[in-house]
Design a protein around this ligand. Sequence first.
Ligand code: ADP
Ligand code: NI
Length: 214
Amino acid sequence: MNKAEIIFQTEQFVQQELKEEPSGHDWWHIYRVTKMAKKIAKQENANMFICEMAALLHDIADEKLNVIEATGIAKVRNWLLELKVDEVSKTKIIEIISTMSFKGGGQPPMKTLEGQIVQDADRLDAMGAIGIARTFVYSGSKGQIIYDPTIKSREYMTKEEYRDGMTTAINHFYEKLLKLKGIMNTNYAKKLAERKHLFMEDYLETFLSEWDGE
Ligand code: ADP
Ligand code: NI
């Protein structure tokens, strides 16, 4: 199978797996991340095939979609085996996906440029207008409310409060989304993140002023 066919088959596979995913990790998230990863890969002269495959498969192993992460990684490994993807590419793709879905106390840094690119593309999709939409969909799917001024952001909670407590969609901006701009890997993503960051700040300012009846 040539590379174009491998990519086409993988698109079909991921569409099938994620088409009804209700928490913002649906096929169109994958579509956007893949498109962005390719765009960054071009700027950075990275390996396009690795970036595209890792982006397409990056959420198949996510802990939110699998009871255990190892099942998800095995699913990806079997898929690459079935398509007879060469050893070197297979190892690189699996390494990227394992690092991305790693949740045990902070993500380890990405080893390869291709990994850094896919991670940037995924993080960019959590920012800006789309990031705002995904946050509310994710929140709704977990039963979180939009906002409650009496609920502190998680970063100000004690360990016990963090474990038991709910957060809100608006708090998630302060807990994660506004920090993404500072942790982009590539220069191209840093530039795109600037604009998305400003849009989110603007959105929050308007949201909070409407909250107080202005
Ligand atoms: P991905 O794996 O695609 O990088 P995540 O699984 O971390 O992204 O999150 C998916 C989307 O849901 C993101 O837009 C993220 O901001 C949002 N999200 C994740 N956790 C929360 C949360 N606790 N409250 C609200 N939104 C969240
Ligand atoms: Ni993702």
